[in-house]
Every structure is written in structure tokens, then in C-alpha cells.
Ligand binder design. Structure first.
Ligand code: ADP
Ligand code: ADP
Ligand code: MG
Length: 607
């Protein structure tokens, strides 16, 4: 097989990964074609491509997930290849088949390999066949909560209920005891059904202090299959990655080698071609197969930084039928790279609450050995309908410590205003002795890192009508930065505001959403004397209402489940009392600050 070169690529995605792919196209002299939804008319990925086609409504189902509309854009543009990015339809075998069926190249693995690996149950079976041990678990779809209890009693608690078609940390619930089984199963199935259209769940033993280690593999149509080394993605919140690095530090040499061999064996066994990632979980000296991602990974830049390879360029090469231009023995690793995922989320208090909104200012870092991949610029809107990854900041160094220090420097240079970001959490992680000594795990961030001193991002409109202004003052020749709160519209007389590390947390949102689930004392309107109003902290869609008028609720009890930025968020009451009014129902869209329920506090009259 030789194959004609790819000359025009349609990028079936948005955000930073679409920009990344468009850049590779420019580097290679390939024409790039963007697609965009209603909400993305002026988006950065559209500006980054040579051509752009409108594909439909803001809802992903009407645009980035619509096979029909994407194929129509392929034919209108005359593209000879489709790059799916990650997420959306990247791991959809039906889309891959439809693309190749239209005589267009699919920049990814064969649909059969996607099918085997896209379903976590069948991928476990494939791993066993290839001699790679999966996490102890079950190999069939669960019929009911009884099976969860039976499994937990047999292998020990906690256990994980996982969606067979899950991804991006969604569709998974940790179950600590038999009493939690039924609700966890129902909630995992509901989330999986909504996000992936398939509710099937299975079980795994839940390891409590593991590291997430993964291996990048690459294969071609000529029987070559190599691995490009390990990445450690153990810094996670809600089972979603936040910081990634390559190579995985502090692993015994033979373990690293065995991981690479296992990944290549598994990829070969499923007839894999193109870029893929075998995810492993490592604890007490043993590693287990977790899943295989049949696409380019979010964190691929750290592998690029240490291998010097352009993985997207290699994807195009392999997709055009050419052989990989190197063998395993040629792959060499230099130094260390660490990536921070900058998400529009408020990490204050460890809540990582989504923070959609308009970015009023974005300054990406640069300088020696720093790379920023971003899907946004100043003025762009982070829409609640999509993933909230704003940018990835990656730093390289000759060793882990110098990469770490450079990344910290780069994060202090990063400035984002208008939405809250994960930057303050990154700084807490990167400066933590456990991270520095590699004694962290996937549950470490939630358990061991104190994020309570991170201030919540200021709300968009302070109730008092005051606005925060940052001004620079000089005291005896030394410059300080101070924040003052002035009536809206008033400008402080001092101008300018240079930022110093530590004086003002880099990337802190200037006007992000309020955080977490809040319940304020009712102050006006037909409220409940001595009661509370339960409000939503962000735009989203109500998935489920868990209370009805007359129900007793306790502080911290979930009143409704809200989906925003592809995540379920529990909206809780902060007071104890009786539900006096419920103002929303499942399926309804709500905006930040909307009141969803009124609670009459215990001992107070209801009206
Ligand atoms: P990676 O494994 O590449 O580090 P994640 O697992 O965090 O990345 O997921 C990559 C992106 O794709 C995220 O934006 C996530 O929300 C999205 N995603 C992952 N799997 C799916 C899926 N099956 N369907 C839709 N979106 C997905
Ligand atoms: P996704 O498709 O959402 O990426 P994964 O199976 O890769 O799902 O799991 C995501 C993360 O959840 C892992 O990186 C790990 O931190 C955690 N996790 C998944 N399964 C287990 C398990 N059995 N024990 C402990 N942690 C797990
Ligand atoms: Mg995964």
C-alpha cells in the first residue's frame, strides 16, 4: 500500500484540538476545513482553519455529533480526509465507517478496532486475550444493584460502577458500601444514557491509591507497531485528568518496559493502526489494563515534547497509507514535560464548579520551553454546552524538576479574566511536596491537597453594585498591587496594574460564576420567612428534581441534579426545613442565579 497524500482535511471538532490539527495542516501544506455550530460562528478554531462550514445548532447533537451534517460538510468542502480530534465522534465506529464509505480517509484506527475498544466490557476481554490483565471486575452488563452488592462483598469495598461506553470521567460512580449500590447504579446509568446514549454499566474493584499511567502507541498499515513511552496522569479531580507528564516518573525500569510491551501486544491483537493510548492503573508494583482510547489524547503534547515527534503529522502520514518512518529502536526520549489543563472551573474549596462565560482577557504564557495550545482568545465565550477546556500549558525541561519550575513560571504569566480557571489549583499541585516527590495518586488531589485558601472567583455582579479594581501603588519606591471595590462605573485614579506572582493568583477569574451549590437567606419577594432559596450557581439543564413540596430536607441534601458543561452537579439546600415551593422540572434550562426551590426553615411558618 502506498496511498496518495492527504491534501484537504476536515476537522470534525472544536476548541483547542481543532486548532492543534489546523496548525499541523499549515505546517504540512495541507488545507484545513473547520466546522462550526451556531454558538461557534466566531470561534477560534474557525479562525484557525483555511475554510469553515456551518453544521448546525448549538447542541452538540445538532452539530458536532451529527454524522449526517458532518458528511455533508465533507462533501461540500471536497475534503479528502477527516480528523476527528478527541471526544465527540472520535471513538464512533459508525462515523469512521461512514467517512471511509464516502471514499474519504479517516485519520484514526480501523472502525473494527474502535468497536472492540470503545466498549469497556469488550476491551477487557480483548486485553485478557492479549495477555494483559484488566482491573479485577465483571465482564457483562449489570442487571441490577444486587450484583453490585454481591461483587463488593466478594472482592471488598469500595467498588466502581462504570459505564461500558463512558469517557471523560463520566458514567462512573464509586460505591463505598451496599447501602449506596442502588443509587450509584441508577445515577451512573442515567449519566451514561444522557452522555453516550448507552446505559450499560459493569463493575471493577476500586483501587484507592493508584497512579494512572498510560502508554502512547502508534501503528501503520504495514505491520509496524511501536510505543512512544509512558505518561503519568494521576493528578485528577472527579476521575478527570488535570496535570499530565511524560515520562511517568519514578517507575522501576522493568515496569516501564513491561507496560510498553503490554500496550504494543494489545494494540497488535486488535488490529490497531494510527495513534492510540492504552490506559493502565498502577498500584503496589502491579499494573492493570483500564481502557484503550482509540484516538489522539488530550495530553499528547507531553509525548511530543520528550520524543520530538509531531503526532498529528504522523497520524496524517499513516492515514495516507505510508509506513511509520522509524522503528521502536529509533524512539528516544529526552528530558521531561508536564502539562496543565486550564479548565473554566472554579477550584475554590476543591469544588471545581464549572464557570462558563465570556473571557474578557486571556494572555497565554510563552518563554523558553513553554507551549500553549488554546481554543480561545480574549472576547471568546466558553459555552456551557461544551467541554470547558480553555487551554493546555506545557513546559519541558532536561529533568522533572526544571520542567516543573518552568510550568509554575508559565502559569504565573497566564492571565484569564471573565471566567474562573483551574490555575490556582495547578499552582497548589505543582508546589506540593507530595507531587514533587511523586508520592501522589489519582485520589490525592481530593484527599490531600488543601484548596480552601483559594478565594472563590468574584461573582459577575456583586449584590452591592460594587466592582473590583486592581490598582498599583508605590510605597517608598516599592510597588504593591491592591484590590479596591468601587461603585460600578467608577475608575480608580491610579492607572495600570502589573501583576506579581503571589500578589494576585494568576488566572483567577475576574468575573466568573459563583461557586458550588448555594442557598441564600431569602431577602425579598414571595420567599419563605426564616427559610432559604436554593439557587443554581451556573447555567445548565435540570436533569432530575429530587424533592417535592412538603418534603423535609437537611443541610447539604441534594434538591436537584443540574447538568452543565457535560457534568452532573448536585444542587443542595444549605438549610434544614420543609420544601415550600419547587420552581423547576426535569429538562428545563436554568440560568445562573435562578431560584429552583424555596425551603421553609425548621420552626418557621411556611407562608
Ligand atoms: P484523554 O483521555 O485524552 O486525556 P479525556 O478522557 O479527559 O481525555 O477526554 C477527552 C475529551 O473528550 C474530553 O473533552 C471529554 O469530555 C471528551 N470525551 C471523552 N470521551 C467521550 C465520549 N465517549 N463522548 C463524548 N466526549 C468524550
Ligand atoms: P474514562 O473513560 O472516563 O477515562 P477510565 O476507565 O479511564 O474512564 O477511568 C477514569 C479514571 O477513573 C482513571 O484515570 C482512574 O483515576 C479512575 N478509575 C477508573 N477505574 C478505576 C478503578 N477500578 N480503581 C480506581 N480508580 C479507577
Ligand atoms: Mg480513561
Amino acid at each position: 500500500m502506498g496511498g496518495a497524500s492527504i491534501t484537504k482535511v476536515l476537522i470534525a471538532n472544536r476548541g483547542e484540538i481543532a486548532v492543534r490539527v489546523a496548525r499541523a495542516c499549515r505546517d504540512l501544506g495541507i488545507t484545513s476545513v473547520a466546522v462550526y455550530s451556531e454558538a461557534d460562528r466566531g470561534a477560534r478554531h474557525v479562525r484557525a482553519a483555511d475554510e469553515a462550514y456551518f453544521v448546525g445548532g448549538t447542541q452538540a447533537a445538532e452539530s458536532y455529533l451529527s454524522v449526517e451534517r458532518l458528511l455533508d460538510a465533507v462533501s461540500r468542502s471536497g475534503a479528502d480526509a477527516v480528523h476527528p480530534g478527541y471526544g465527540f465522534l472520535a471513538e464512533n465506529a459508525g462515523f469512521a465507517r461512514a467517512v471511509t464509505g464516502a471514499g474519504v480517509r479517516w485519520v484514526g484506527p480501523p472502525p473494527d478496532a474502535i468497536e472492540i475498544m470503545g466498549d469497556k466490557i469488550s476491551s477487557r476481554t480483548a486485553a485478557v486475550r492479549a495477555g494483559v490483565t484488566p482491573v479485577p471486575g465483571t465482564d457483562h452488563a449489570l442487571a441490577g444493584p444486587g450484583e453490585v452488592v454481591e461483587f463488593g462483598d466478594a472482592v471488598g469495598w469500595p467498588v466502581a460502577v462504570k459505564a461500558a461506553f463512558g469517557g471523560g470521567g463520566r458514567g462512573m460512580r464509586v460505591v463505598a458500601s451496599p447501602a449506596e449500590a442502588a443509587e450509584a447504579l441508577e445515577s451512573a446509568q442515567r449519566e451514561a444514557e444522557r452522555a453516550f446514549g448507552r446505559p450499560e454499566c459493569y463493575l471493577e474493584k476500586y483501587l484507592t491509591w493508584p497512579r494512572h499511567i498510560e502508554v502512547q502507541v502508534f501503528g501503520d498499515d504495514h505491520g509496524n507497531m511501536v510505543h512512544l513511552g509512558t505518561r503519568d496522569c494521576s493528578v485528577q479531580r472527579r476521575h478527570q485528568k488535570l496535570v499530565e507528564e511524560a515520562p511517568a516518573p519514578d517507575l522501576p525500569g522493568p515496569v516501564t518496559e513491561a507496560m510498553g510491551e503490554a500496550a504494543v501486544r494489545l494494540a497488535r491483537a486488535c488490529g490497531y493502526v494510527n495513534a492510540g493510548t492504552v490506559e493502565l492503573i498502577y498500584q503496589d508494583g502491579e499494573f492493570y489494563f483500564l481502557e484503550m482510547n482509540t484516538r489522539l489524547q488530550v495530553e499528547h503534547p507531553v509525548t511530543e515534547m520528550v520524543t520530538g515527534l509531531d503526532l498529528v503529522a504522523l497520524q496524517f502520514l499513516v492515514a495516507s497509507g505510508r509506513p511509520l518512518p522509524f522503528s521502536q529502536a529509533d524512539v528516544a526520549w529526552h528530558g521531561h514535560a508536564i502539562e496543565a489543563r486550564i479548565n473554566a472551573e472554579d477550584p475554590a474549596g476543591g469544588s471545581f464548579a464549572p464557570s462558563p462565560g465570556r473571557i474578557t482577557r486571556l494572555r497565554a504564557p510563552s518563554g523558553p520551553w513553554v507551549r500553549t495550545d488554546s481554543g480561545y482568545e480574549t472576547g471568546d465565550v466558553v459555552d456551557q454546552h461544551y467541554d470547558n477546556l480553555l487551554a493546555k500549558v506545557v513546559a519541558w525541561g532536561p529533568d522533572r524538576e526544571s520542567a516543573r519550575r518552568r510550568l509554575v513560571r508559565a502559569l504565573y504569566e497566564t492571565e484569564v479574566e471573565g471566567v474562573a480557571t483551574t490555575v490556582p489549583a495547578h499552582l497548589a499541585v505543582l508546589g506540593h511536596p507530595d507531587f514533587i516527590s511523586v508520592s501522589h495518586s489519582t485520589t490525592w488531589l481530593a484527599q490531600a491537597v488543601d484548596l480552601s485558601s483559594i478565594e472563590p472567583a468574584p461573582t459577575a455582579e456583586p449584590a452591592s453594585g460594587e466592582e473590583r479594581k486592581d490598582i498599583q501603588v508605590e510605597v517608598q519606591g516599592r510597588r504593591y498591587e491592591v484590590s479596591v471595590w468601587l461603585p460600578a462605573g467608577h475608575e480608580p485614579t491610579t492607572r495600570g496594574a502589573a501583576r506579581r506572582p503571589g500578589s494576585r493568583g494568576a488566572g483567577r477569574g475576574g468575573a466568573g460564576s459563583s461557586r458550588g451549590s448555594v442557598a441564600r437567606e431569602a431577602t425579598e419577594g414571595p420567599g419563605t420567612p426564616g427559610g432559604g432559596t436554593v439557587t443554581v450557581p451556573m447555567q445548565g439543564t435540570v436533569v432530575k428534581v429530587l424533592v417535592k413540596v412538603g418534603d423535609r430536607v437537611g443541610p447539604g441534601q441534594t434538591v436537584c441534579v443540574l447538568e452543565a458543561m457535560k457534568m452532573e452537579n448536585n444542587i443542595v439546600s444549605e438549610v434544614a426545613g420543609t420544601v415550600a415551593e419547587v420552581r423547576v422540572e426535569a429538562g428545563q434550562s436554568v440560568g445562573s442565579g435562578d431560584v429552583i426551590a424555596l425551603i421553609a426553615q425548621s420552626g418557621s411558618p411556611t407562608s
